[in-house]
Write a protein that binds this ligand. Structure first.
Ligand code: F6P
Length: 339
């Protein structure tokens, strides 16, 4: 049955582009005279019945705004039998024929479980600065975060050069290194450390030492929060929103092994804030439009994904089966510029 009334929620960590999705969903739905209900604070709003009608008027001027007008939370709707029951009865109570869930791995995994266990008619939209969802070349939010890192690396280069220092920049990315790789490559970092390629302190110091011998006493090192030395597990606190301390550990080693002065910058939530880039605005908008199309076709249990230049349906089960990691061949492209 084609959807007449669509609910939309944004869950998990926020990122730039969420409002662009909401705007696109509302505007596309209007074309087919569908009603749209905004659910506040992710799945928490479905548990508590906290909703608001969304109209074209509600979404005026939100395209360039960071964050989400609906609010978000990391609440898992399956945390208890009672909560799951509340979610199911609120879907009935609000008369939702379809639910658009905008989220990262945690939110979309919960969405998939709701779909698989209770046939909730839902469609996912992949959001995260980490770019770690399978079945889509890019998630929206990633490009904006990468540009924040690129800008930071550009700025740190000049001060590193003046003071002949090593600047270590710790970036987000959870258990994968997409932000570090793309942010570091675009800023011309001298070394990039990612979780997919455990680092060796001797090799890292050899790179910096060879630069010094060539008269380049300064360096900029980009470190993913999940990076770990060879033979060690990923930092236990990765993905918790506080520094894993890996940037500080690397800097201390550089100072003690090479005697070079170091400084550390932890970019943190700056990477998640602000206005989305043009790329993210367009991607988020296209995702929103295609999510409504899937609802109209009754194609539930899928997420929209970007493959090449096309937006395609991807099984949620596949998308959430595990993180999309950086391939070592791609990391090797960046390694050419190390040192
Ligand atoms: O998944 C997005 C992300 O920003 C990760 O890169 C980071 O590790 C985590 O969320 C931070 O979580 P919180 O929003 O709870 O601080």
């Amino acid at each position: 049955m084609a959807a007449k009334k669509i609910g939309i929620l944004t869950g998990g960590g926020d990122c730039p582009g969420l409002n662009a999705v909401i705007r696109a969903v509302v505007r596309r739905a209007e074309r087919d005279n569908l009603e749209v209900i905004g659910i506040r604070n992710g799945f928490l709003g479905l548990i508590e019945g906290d909703v608001e009608p969304l109209t074209a008027f509600s979404v005026i001027g939100i395209l360039p705004k960071g964050g989400t007008i609906l609010g978000t939370s990391r609440v898992n709707p399956l945390r208890s039998v009672e909560d799951k029951q509340r979610v199911l009865s609120n879907i009935q109570r609000f008369g939702l024929d379809a639910l658009i869930v905008v989220g990262g791995d945690g939110t979309l995994k919960a969405a998939y479980d709701l779909y698989a266990s209770s046939a909730v008619p839902l469609v996912g939209v992949p959001k995260t600065i980490d770019n770690d969802l399978r079945g889509t070349d890019y998630t929206f939010g990633f490009d904006t975060a990468v540009n924040v890192v690129r800008d930071a690396v550009d700025r740190l280069h000049s001060t590193a050069e003046s003071h002949h220092r090593v600047m270590v920049v710790e970036v987000m990315g959870n258990t994968v290194g997409w932000i570090a790789l793309a942010g570091g490559m675009s800023g011309g970092a001298d070394l990039i450390l990612i979780p997919e390629k455990p680092y060796r302190l001797e090799e890292m110091c050899a790179v910096l030492e060879s630069r010094r011998k060539r008269g380049r006493a300064f360096s900029v090192v980009v470190v993913a929060e999940g990076a770990a030395p060879a033979g060690h597990p990923l930092p236990a606190d990765v993905g918790r929103g506080t520094s894993t301390g890996v940037g500080y550990r690397i800097a201390a080693e550089i100072t003690s092994r090479l005697g070079i002065e170091t400084r550390v910058t932890v970019l943190g939530h700056i990477q998640r804030g602000g206005s989305p880039t043009a790329f993210d605005r367009i991607l988020a908008t296209r995702f929103g439009l295609h999510a409504v199309e899937l609802c109209l076709r009754g194609q539930f249990g899928y997420m929209v994904g970007l493959q090449g230049t096309k937006v395609v349906p991807v099984l949620l089960e596949f998308a959430t089966a595990g993180p999309k990691s950086v391939a070592l061949e791609q990391y090797a492209e960046a390694e050419i510029f190390f040192g």
